[in-house]
Write a protein that binds this ligand. Structure first.
Ligand code: TYD
Ligand code: MG
Length: 451
């Protein structure tokens, strides 16, 4: 007798596009050679989640009771902030980030510090490894349960008997469900496991955190649809050589998507940093040349950052331009503006630029601080330690206005700065500001005031 043929389809492993035949190039994400055949036949009888079989009836919207802001606070203020003020019961949160950045540490700490019953499911590490990490972060808890398991059928049984308030899955790529025959980590497995967990979360009111691996472009590995399915997508980023880690919300159905949390990785795990500006600016007793402070806004959070530069005569023929944490092309553009509009001869000089703390600000308001730090190093004249900058520089050397100027000024004032240089065209709230606000329209004006 002929064997029954299994149903299958081809999936782009980059974006999750489904096709009935093999394709060389994905029509959705334009990647080459990403199609893999996956078995799609479902064995629904094998699903383990009993709670999923509940049948919902249509309800009048007026009859749906609303518990007034039922979100609960976690013992981690940075995470609360990023989630929009606490954890919403029944929400599903996807946490992505580079390997070794601290995703497992962050969520294990959350599990250990939580007052609610939390189940940490790991498909990547053994119980012993997790215990060692827990010892390292030196928290102990009565409410934290550890399970090392990868089958969603088994996980569902344990969840149903334990009935936790928070479930953490480390990582979604290691799970597999027996309702589908394809291998763990494949697009259809990831999608199916996520959808089972989402249905469970919504019907039980348990919040689920999913850790997701990222691919080489920095997107969460697996189908893009994953990000559409969950309520919140968080990205954990930072430079491995630096201690700071930034938790960013990319999508949030229950709050603003521009929130930011800052942590410091030390020998005892991740420490919350409630005032990041203080650490990003190094302690100095006397002003040094080549240092300028910029008032930036990362996400929705104001942040004072320090910019250092070193300008020296080029030893070799071609001058070097190198920037850490700042776009090299933008640096070249700013140097060209200095050369052409202000007459500084930098073409024969090496220019090195560094943004301290390992952060990569994505804010054009640091332009003016970059220029001033370069000139301060070139002229070897230090900038006053209590002066900071917040403005964009245009191609003709004009100082342009930037958004959220009131927030930037208040942050500078809060941290004890005495002067801030901004664009002449920036409108701001003039009431009760103690800081001196200097408005300039051309780079030359800024220089004549500084040097
Ligand atoms: P981990 O949480 O395993 O990262 P991910 O789950 O994102 O892959 O973090 C591992 C890194 O964190 C590792 O390189 C060591 C470092 N670390 C510390 O520096 N201090 C600590 O207390 C812990 C637990 C980890
Ligand atoms: Mg991990």
């Amino acid at each position: 007798m002929a064997k029954k043929k299994l149903q299958s389809a081809f999936f782009c492993q980059n974006c999750g596009y489904q096709s009935s035949k093999w394709l060389g190039k994905c029509p959705q994400c334009n990647e080459w050679n990403t199609f893999v055949e996956e078995v799609t036949s479902k064995h629904l009888e094998k699903t383990g989640w009993k709670s999923l079989t509940k049948i919902h009836k249509p309800k009048k919207i007026d009859e749906i009771s609303l518990v007034k802001d039922n979100r609960f606070k976690l013992n981690d203020n940075e995470l609360n902030r990023v989630l929009g003020g606490g954890l919403v019961p029944g929400s599903v949160i996807l946490l992505g980030g580079d390997p070794g950045i601290g995703k497992s540490t962050l969520l294990l700490q959350l599990a250990l510090r939580s007052d609610k019953m939390t189940l940490y499911v790991s498909g990547e590490e053994s119980e012993y490894q997790i215990k060692m990490r827990a010892q390292r972060v030196s928290d102990s808890s009565d409410n934290c349960f550890i399970l090392t398991e990868t089958s969603t059928q088994n996980i569902s049984q344990h969840i149903e008997s334990l009935n936790p308030n928070i479930v953490i899955i480390d990582s979604i790529q290691t799970l597999h469900t027996s309702t589908i025959d394809s291998s763990p980590g494949s697009v259809s497995q990831i999608r199916e496991c996520t959808s089972e967990l989402i249905k469970y979360a919504k019907s039980s009111g348990t919040s689920v955190f999913l850790i997701g691996h990222i691919n080489k472009d920095g997107a969460i590995a697996g189908p893009k649809i994953l990000e559409h399915m969950v309520d919140t997508v968080l990205q954990f980023e930072g430079d491995r050589n630096y201690l700071y880690r930034i938790l960013r919300s990319v999508k949030n159905r229950f709050g603003s998507a521009s929130e930011l949390g800052v942590y410091e990785m030390n020998s005892k795990g991740l420490r919350e940093v409630s005032n990041p500006s203080e650490i990003l600016i190094s302690d100095r007793d006397e002003p040094t040349s080549g240092v300028a402070i910029a008032s930036t806004v990362e996400g929705a959070r104001p942040l004072m950052i320090e910019i250092q530069s070193l300008v020296s005569s080029a030893v070799y023929g071609t001058p070097q331009r190198s920037a850490t944490g700042f776009d090299n092309r933008r640096l070249n553009m700013l140097l060209a503006v200095l050369e052409k509009k202000c007459g500084f001869r930098l073409a024969v000089k090496d220019v090195f630029l560094n943004i301290t703390g390992g952060i990569k600000p994505d804010d054009t308001a640091i332009d003016l601080a970059v220029l001033c730090s370069i000139l301060s190093s070139d002229q070897d004249i230090p900038i006053d330690m209590l002066t900071c900058f917040a403005a964009e520089v245009g191609l003709s050397g004009e100082i342009r206005s930037v958004n959220r100027i009131d927030q930037r000024i208040s942050e500078a004032e809060k941290l004890g700065y005495k002067k801030i240089i901004i664009s002449k065209y920036n409108k701001f709230d003039k009431s009760n500001k103690k800081i001196e606000i200097i408005q300039c329209s051309k780079i030359e004006e800024v220089f004549s005031r500084l040097f």
